[in-house]
Design a protein around this ligand. Sequence first.
Ligand SMILES: Nc1ncnc2c1ncn2[C@@H]1O[C@H](COP(=O)(O)OP(=O)(O)OP(=O)(O)O)[C@@H](O)[C@H]1O
Ligand SMILES: [Mg+2]
Length: 195
Amino acid sequence: MAEDGNIILYVSHLKKYFDINNGLRKTGTVKAVDDVTFTLRRGETLGIVGETGCGKTTLGRTILHLTNPTDGDVYFDLPQELMEEIIATDRRFHDLASQPSRSQEEENEFQELRRKIDRFRSEYSLTRKSQRKLKEYRKKMQPVFQDPFSSLDPRKLIKDIIAEPMKLLTDYSDDEILEKEKALVEEIGLGYLEP
Ligand SMILES: Nc1ncnc2c1ncn2[C@@H]1O[C@H](COP(=O)(O)OP(=O)(O)OP(=O)(O)O)[C@@H](O)[C@H]1O
Ligand SMILES: [Mg+2]
């Protein structure tokens, strides 16, 4: 899709904690993702770097809701006006929430914002959606894991791996899929052998 500068992803105060236990009882907590907030515009590329074990993979998995977050919200692919309203409301809400004290006026605003945010969360945040509802979004969110064996099944032919998402997610005919398979295999320099 063309770059249009619209915000396509808003990750808000996302957290993922893992319990550590010694087999008998909980002995601690790993805060793998702790209060991550950012926006991403359509067409933008965001790189996340950090030492091993700092939580990059867990952040990705939590955004995609492949793992349940401990807290926080993920807003993805919403009408731009709504996205901007959610971001403005959410920022103001968290600003007021982190204030050590609030005037009566701020307290009223805070309660109003809380109601609004609760509604946004339950209606739009991916972290609050059932796996069934997420199915629709999964077509638009694609992880490619660093371990090649979890991305490329060694028992399958490359052409079949290429075809699978097209079969699952598009209306292309078998002939169209075959054409695209050939074009892609040739584009990456593998050459296509007629079956
Ligand atoms: N399922 C899990 N149960 C318990 N702890 C976990 C689990 N998954 C990840 N962790 C812990 O969360 C932390 C972050 O791990 P993560 O794999 O996200 O790091 P990473 O930045 O992707 O590392 P790398 O650069 O090595 O890929 C680590 O301390 C890891 O041990
Ligand atoms: Mg990783």
